[in-house]
Write a protein that binds this ligand. Structure first.
Ligand code: BV8
Length: 248
C-alpha cells in the first residue's frame, strides 16, 4: 500500500523493466473531464434514475425513447468533454514501455481522443449505432426519437454492452490474454465491481504480474494487489510518466 498519491520507487522500477504493461480504466479516469462516473449521482433530470437500471436490454425494450434520451444526453456531455491529463499521460506511457495494452470499460472514446491507439473498448462505444435485431452497425444520424434500422426497420440502439449482455468476443479474448501475459497491470479509476472486467486484475495477479491500483478511494479488491495508490488519475499518471521519462 502507499500513502496518499505517492508512487513507490519499486513500482517505477517494475514499469521500467516491464516487457508488457496492461492497463484497465474505468469511469474514474474520465471524472476529471466532467463525465459523471456510474457511482456518482447523475445530474439534472437523470438524478432519479440509476444507470444500472437504464443500461439494460430490458429497459430499452420497455421504453426505447427514454433510453435514447439518456444516451443522447450522455453523447452531448461526452462530446463537450476534453481528455484530461490522465488520458494524455496514458497515451504517452505507450512510448515508454515495449508493449502497452489499454483496456477501457468506458464508452466515451476519450482515450482515443487523447491519442491512445488500439484501445480495447470492453463495453463498446457510446457513439456507435447498432440494429437491435442483428447487432449490425448502422449509419443513422436521424433525429427520430427512436431511430430505425435502414436495412430491416428494427429499432436502432447505442453500440454499448448492457448489463446481462456478453462482452464482444474479440475484446474479451485480447483483454484476458493481455492480463494473463503482462508483467505489470494498472487498474485505474474503477470500483472493480463490474464483471468480467473486474476479473482482469485477478487474472493478472494470479499470473504473477505486479498489480497496482490508482484510485482516490481504495477498493476492496486492492487488498490483494501489490500497490494501492490513493490519488486522482489526473495527478498520479502524469507524475508516473514523468518519473519514467526522468529515469531517476
Ligand atoms: C457479462 C456500458 C455474461 C453501458 C457497462 C460475474 C461474471 C460475469 C458477469 C457478472 C458477474 N457478476 C455479475 C455479473 C453481471 C454484470 C455485473 O457485473 N453486474 C454488477 C453490477 C455486479 N455483468 C454483466 O452483465 C456483463 N456481461 O458478464 O456477460 C453474462 C451474460 C448474461 C447474463 C449474465 C452474464 C456486462 C457488464 C457491462 C455493463 N455495461 N457500460 C453504458 O455505459 O451505458 S458497465 C458501466 O458500469 C461502465 O462501463 C463501467 O464498466 C461500470 C462502472 O464501473 P466503473 O467504471 O468502475 O465506474 P464506477 O462509477 O463504478 O467507479 C468509478 C471509480 O472511479 C470509483 O472507484 C471512484 O473512486 C474512482 N474515481 C473517481 N474519480 C477518480 C477516480 N479514480 C481515479 N481518478 C479520479 N479522478
Amino acid at each position: 500500500m502507499s500513502e496518499s498519491g505517492r508512487i513507490p520507487a519499486a513500482l517505477i522500477r517494475e514499469l521500467r523493466s516491464a516487457r508488457h504493461v496492461c492497463v484497465l480504466t474505468g469511469a474514474g479516469i474520465s471524472a476529471e473531464s466532467g463525465v459523471p462516473t456510474f457511482r456518482d449521482a447523475q445530474s439534472g433530470l437523470w438524478e432519479k434514475y440509476d444507470p444500472l437500471d437504464l443500461a439494460t436490454p430490458e429497459a430499452f425494450r420497455q421504453d426505447p425513447a427514454l433510453i435514447w434520451r439518456w444516451y443522447r444526453w450522455r453523447r452531448e456531455l461526452v462530446a463537450a468533454a476534453i481528455p484530461n491529463a490522465g488520458h494524455v499521460a496514458l497515451a504517452r506511457l505507450a512510448s515508454f514501455v515495449p508493449r502497452l495494452t489499454l483496456v477501457t470499460q468506458n464508452v466515451d472514446g476519450l482515450h482515443q481522443r487523447a491519442g491512445s491507439a488500439d484501445v480495447i473498448e470492453f463495453h463498446g462505444n457510446l457513439f456507435d449505432d447498432r440494429c437491435a435485431a442483428d447487432g449490425c452497425v448502422v449509419d443513422c444520424d436521424s433525429v427520430a426519437e427512436v431511430p430505425v434500422c435502414p436495412g430491416c426497420g428494427s429499432n436502432v440502439r447505442p453500440g454499448v454492452v448492457w448489463f446481462g449482455e456478453s462482452i464482444p468476443e474479440t475484446a474479451l479474448h485480447h483483454s484476458f490474454a493481455a492480463a494473463a501475459e503482462c508483467d505489470v497491470f494498472l487498474s485505474i479509476g474503477t470500483s472493480s465491481l463490474v464483471f468480467p472486467a473486474a476479473g482482469l486484475a485477478e487474472i493478472a495477479n494470479e499470473s504473477g504480474a505486479t498489480v497496482a491500483e490508482i484510485n482516490p478511494n481504495t477498493t476492496g479488491m486492492a487488498a490483494g494487489f501489490d500497490y494501492a495508490i490513493a490519488g486522482k488519475s489526473g495527478t498520479v499518471l502524469p507524475e508516473l510518466v514523468a518519473r519514467l521519462e526522468a529515469r531517476d
